[in-house]
Design a protein. Structure first.
Ligand SMILES: *Cc1c(COP(=O)(O)O)cnc(C)c1O
Length: 390
């Protein structure tokens, strides 16, 4: 079976972890935690980094930092892994769901239209006209490594006092090109950014995450909240409710070793993307989704699009056909405004998300994918064209 995405452990992982074990620095204090934070900052250009147990925890804390309170609202995309939606509810706030653009990202034009038509600005805050709740924040998710169109969003959010927490969990290594964001990494253009180092991400610590920000107050407070909100670490005085969200030194050691290989990983992701794109676009009814031209994408995941009538199979049938031929593929996430816990929430003119859900299949994209495996995927997809058995 050719898996859709597995980690690639090929550098100093063993050596660094062995050092943690040999020295017994295995828990949440140690040089690798500090080093990992510094190096993620060095790589992305963020000023401060706070390592967390996972990306979801990072998002949870980030939303608290920007002041999301019970009864507030947070704008989120419907097309995303569900974590950035769930963290809104962790804080007893409500998500408002948005449609996606052609890159699967939150549709900025519609978000701005929503803010313009459906909200009012009162005493320094933005309120939803329908619910009268305060819209405290927005979580743009750089889905599959595609950079969100941040520039127009930033200026409106600044005017309307809506905080931006970027979910950059899938986009480590994606950089804006041209314009005033030229050279800036995703995750570093909003108030706070969050990364994940889960097993399926471009680099992994097994489980892990990081909050990045240029704001020292946010980073100090993130550190405080992720380490149990200790005001006196000897007498155990706690003036706030914190979390046990700190990354361990063992995980960070894995992260430091992975980060050394990241530039190489990105190169492989991009060149495999180009290879797939060229060959897939030749098959009638199939194609690979573009990446935005205003950024250089890390090409983390590959979105194949199936035109059912031309190709002869729909996305679901093709997934089964690939499975039978030893190739793993996956559809998009179920749209979040249609997930059971969120059926009652507001969603704003969601249209394109339904269309893209119907025709998108993610295909194998692991770093160690061989050209033989890519050829097999292409051959199988070609043989599926107008196959009569369905
Ligand atoms: C992976 C992911 C997360 C959560 O990261 P974990 O480290 O698994 O908690 C959040 N948002 C998106 C879009 C993700 O893909």
């Amino acid at each position: 079976m050719i898996p859709i995405s597995i980690p690639h452990i090929a550098g100093n992982e063993w050596r660094y972890i062995k050092e943690c074990l040999d020295t017994a620095w295995v828990s949440s204090v140690g040089k690798y935690v500090d080093k990992f934070e510094e190096e993620v900052c060095g790589f992305t250009g963020a000023k401060y980094g706070v390592a967390c147990v996972n990306g979801t925890a990072a998002l949870h804390v980030a939303l608290r930092l920007v002041g999301v309170e019970p009864g507030d609202e947070v704008i989120v995309p419907s097309v995303t892994f569900i974590a950035p939606v769930n963290v809104v509810r962790y804080l007893s706030a409500e998500p408002v769901f948005m449609d996606c653009d052609e890159f699967y990202n939150i549709y900025i034009t519609k978000v701005l239209e929503f803010i313009d038509h459906e909200t009012v600005f009162r005493k320094g805050y933005t309120y939803n006209k329908r619910t009268n709740r305060c819209i405290r924040a927005i979580i743009p998710v750089h889905v599959f490594g595609n950079a969100v169109r941040m520039l127009p969003l930033k200026s409106v959010c600044q005017k309307r006092n809506i905080k931006i927490v970027e979910d950059a969990t899938e986009s480590l290594g994606t950089v804006y090109s041209g314009g005033s964001l030229n050279g800036r990494h995703t995750g570093t253009t909003g108030d706070l950014g969050c990364f994940s180092f889960n097993g399926n991400k471009i680099i992994t610590t097994g489980g892990g995450g990081m909050i990045v920000t240029d704001n020292k107050d946010y980073s100090d407070r993130a550190r405080y909240l992720t380490m149990q909100a200790k005001d006196d670490g000897i007498r155990y005085v706690h003036d706030d409710i914190g979390y046990n969200y700190r990354l361990t030194n063992i995980q960070a050691a894995l992260g430091v070793a992975q980060l050394e290989q990241l530039p190489g990983f990105i190169k492989v992701k991009r060149s495999n993307y180009e290879l797939y794109k060229q060959r897939l676009d030749e098959i009638p009814g199939l194609g690979l989704a573009e990446t935005p031209d205003y950024a250089v994408s890390n090409c983390w995941y590959y979105c194949m699009q199936v035109d059912r009538t031309t190709y002869g199979m729909d996305r679901e049938q093709l997934m089964i056909y690939l499975q039978e031929n030893g190739i793993q593929s996956r559809p998009l996430w179920q749209l979040n405004h249609q997930q059971k816990p969120y059926l009652e929430c507001q969603s704003y003119h969601i249209e394109r998300a339904h269309i893209l859900l119907e025709k998108t299949l993610n295909i194998p994209c692991s770093i160690d994918l061989t050209s033989r495996q890519i050829n097999k995927v292409i051959r199988t997809l070609r043989s599926g064209y107008k196959r009569k058995s369905f």
